[in-house]
Design a protein around this ligand. Structure first.
Ligand SMILES: CC(C)(COP(=O)(O)OP(=O)(O)OC[C@H]1O[C@@H](n2cnc3c(N)ncnc32)[C@H](O)[C@@H]1OP(=O)(O)O)[C@@H](O)C(=O)NCCC(=O)NCCS
Length: 95
């Protein structure tokens, strides 16, 4: 989680999370999101959290939507991994 800096965009922050594969589907991602959103709202005083997620990452998208993140659009060729392109879904949470 990080703020963006300049005054006119300082109300926005970015977020990304990752859980080791052997611990997936135990609710850890959900707990992390709860804490990060609480921090963003109460401590960092952010108004918008933004993130991008690989468009085929259904478990992550499900997790983010569970917390109210909205689908903003698709950024084609956002990631380039070993010469292969992947689209990203851009998602925002308005706090
Ligand atoms: C995305 C990630 C953080 C989720 O962490 P986690 O600890 O497994 O999360 P939780 O156990 O709290 O929740 C997982 C949710 O995905 C759902 N899910 C699991 N596999 C799924 C699938 N194939 N399709 C749709 N949903 C799926 C689970 O049902 C659960 O949803 P629920 O709480 O509504 O039942 C974890 O998979 C991860 O680190 N992935 C690799 C890194 C990554 O993709 N990060 C996000 C990119 S920005």
């Amino acid at each position: 989680m990080g703020g963006i800096g300049r005054a006119r965009i300082a109300h926005r922050g970015r977020l990304a999370i990752s859980v080791r594969k052997k611990y997936w589907n135990l609710g850890i991602g959900t707990r992390m999101m709860e804490e990060l959103i609480k921090f963003a709202k109460d401590i960092a005083k952010l108004e918008v959290i933004e993130l991008e997620v690989r468009a085929n990452n259904h478990s992550a998208i499900r997790l983010y939507e569970k917390f109210g993140f909205e689908r903003i659009g698709v950024f084609k060729k956002f990631f380039k991994i070993d010469g292969k392109y992947f689209d990203a879904l851009l998602m925002n949470l308005y706090l």
